[in-house]
Design a protein around this ligand. Structure first.
Ligand code: GTR
Length: 429
């Protein structure tokens, strides 16, 4: 358990939570902790692009910080009912993330969008699946952009089937429609064997993953006029793209669009959280090894920091977010509030024990804090305050979490846990 440092005034204590970076002996004995040798190894790397600060990898160096309270409105009132959460606090938090972190997506579907199902193979995967490929095309002012969607639907299942939609942020061979390349990152055969449709698109189809001053991709097609400091950037564009794929899935009779999990790894895992926050049609959000700007708490400054991420990837977040470089305590939100926007839907967050850059403990703490939003609905969020041991997934509530052994990556182990979790909730085993 984290010790509460009584260092804030009573009034402040009503709206923020004060947490120190100290991990108690009890916590260390039970749950996962970072391997001290690995911590030393990370600490010995030089710290560049971090505003003159050293990167933090030991809990002792995590500064004391106060988290904004999920349930206290901007006016200082505590929200206690679903109605107050949905009509006041949830929209407030969403707006804070739009304004300060991810920027403002265009709302909903664009006027000119079409779906072309150009490839159907009912005997894919040795007859086990139907493969479809769909081209989604957006047009505006004489410009157009197309996104390719790869879909495998189990044949031996009662249709419509629930689906996993992966935002692929690695190269396209990872979501190979021919299945010559089978990679754990997208284990389509295993997903199909478990009775789920495997759906994927490549993030760069929507927006290139480089700083092009928002001239290309969907920005080049849809954006008009001057850019403001809360204009949508690249992560928001990818998230919006995931929603457009869901628009297609809603038209496909073989898919149960009310049970679609949006999945992302790393930069894709930051994106899936924003997709789930902005589009409540997603029944589940999966954020794998997402770290800074994803599930990890920014105020801990552990591993990658806000300043570093904004300098290294100036196209990911809205411009306003860079005002918080080396100034995390001034962000009006922290990432536990982004996770809370998934409530009361299913949420699954993962860490990997060698992925200290992504701050496994910070990812866990976000899940723990986000649980209060689930409790408003009378539901269990994570259901524990204790970080689990390595490879011991927590799946007792509506938030799932695990720390896997190994490095930064999306593996068959991770996918297996996601499907165990949805089997429990969606198949009522
Ligand atoms: C890293 C970046 C992380 C994470 C990762 C990835 O370079 O610092 O925030 O997004 O890339 O996407 O693999």
């Amino acid at each position: 358990m984290f010790r509460n440092l009584v260092s804030v005034s009573f009034i402040l204590a009503m709206s923020v939570l004060s947490i120190s970076g100290t991990v108690s002996a009890e916590d260390q004995s039970k749950g996962w902790t970072a391997d001290p040798d690995l911590v030393k190894k990370f600490e010995s790397r030089s710290s560049s692009n971090n505003g003159g600060r050293d990167f933090i990898y030991s809990e002792e160096k995590v500064p004391e910080y106060s988290l904004p309270d999920i349930l206290t409105t901007d006016a200082g009132e505590k929200v206690t009912t679903v109605k107050e959460w949905e009509s006041t606090r949830r929209p407030e938090i969403l707006e804070l993330f739009r304004k300060h972190v991810y920027g403002r997506n265009p709302v909903g579907r664009p006027e000119q969008m079409s779906f072309d199902v150009y490839d159907v193979d009912p005997k894919a995967m040795d007859g086990k699946a139907t493969r479809k490929q769909v081209k989604i095309t957006f047009e505006n002012n004489g410009k157009s952009l197309s996104v390719n969607v790869v879909i495998f639907i189990p044949n031996d299942a009662e249709h419509p089937v629930p689906a996993y939609l992966l935002i692929c942020n690695r190269d396209k061979t990872n979501i190979d429609p021919t299945r010559e390349n089978k990679i754990e990152y997208w284990p389509a055969e295993e997903i199909v064997a478990r009775g789920y449709a495997a759906v994927a698109f490549h993030n760069a189809d929507i927006d290139p993953d480089d700083y092009d001053k928002f001239q290309n991709g969907i920005h080049g097609v849809l954006d008009e006029g001057e850019r403001h400091d809360d204009a949508w950037a690249t992560l928001a564009a990818w998230a919006w793209g995931a929603s457009r794929v869901l628009d297609y899935l809603e038209t496909d009779r073989m898919i149960d669009a009310e049970h679609v999990a949006v999945v992302g790894h790393s930069r894709g895992g930051k994106t899936s959280l924003w997709a789930g926050a902005t589009d409540e049609r997603f029944a589940m959000v999966v954020s794998n090894n997402s770290g800074c700007g994803g599930a990890a708490l920014s105020r801990r400054q552990y591993g990658e920091t806000v300043g570093r991420i904004n300098r290294a990837f100036p196209h990911w977040f809205c411009e306003k977010f860079s005002e918080y470089n080396e100034n995390e305590s001034e962000i009006p939100v922290d990432q536990h509030m982004l996770l809370a926007l998934a409530a009361p839907r299913l949420l699954y967050v993962t860490s990997a024990n060698e992925d200290l850059w992504a701050d496994p403990r910070g990812e866990f703490l976000s899940c723990k804090e986000a649980s209060t939003a689930y409790e408003i609905y009378g539901k269990t969020g994570l259901g524990t305050n204790q970080i689990p041991a390595l490879n011991e997934p927590v799946q007792q509530g509506n938030i799932g979490y695990h720390v896997r052994s190994g490095g930064h990556g999306l593996t068959l182990y991770d996918w297996t846990q996601f499907m165990n979790f949805t089997d429990k909730h969606w198949k009522k085993r």
